[in-house]
Write a protein that binds this ligand. Structure first.
Ligand SMILES: [Zn+2]
Length: 105
């Protein structure tokens, strides 16, 4: 049982470690480069024209993953012309983070 718990924790850690170090992500057929920048004014931002996602390097690993989800939603919003307001995007970010984390997706 203890070994299973340890393996479970390691599995969760490796998923988080992988996600917070992701260097590129393909969304809607376009490859977005992910850059981690120290001292970034915001948590993150997306440059649609250059296909670059910037994430603040100073954030915790969990927050980096949450910001990545946020920027993914921003890209879907732009591509789909959904006109979601920023509060909606932030709420969806927290729902994604919570659902994926608690279900180990
Ligand atoms: Zn945003």
């Amino acid at each position: 049982m203890k070994t299973n718990n340890l393996l479970n924790k390691l599995s969760k850690l490796s998923k988080l470690n992988k996600l917070n170090k992701l260097r590129k992500i393909k969304i809607g057929g376009l490859v977005y480069k992910i850059e981690y920048i120290s001292g970034l004014a915001d948590f993150g931002s997306t440059h649609f024209d250059k296909q670059i996602i910037l994430i603040n390097k100073d954030l915790t690993d969990e927050k980096k993953v949450s910001v990545l989800y946020h920027e993914m939603i921003e890209i879907w919003n732009e591509m789909g012309d959904f006109n979601l307001n920023h509060q909606t995007i932030q709420t969806m970010e927290s729902y994604m983070f919570q659902t994926f984390k608690e279900n180990e997706i």
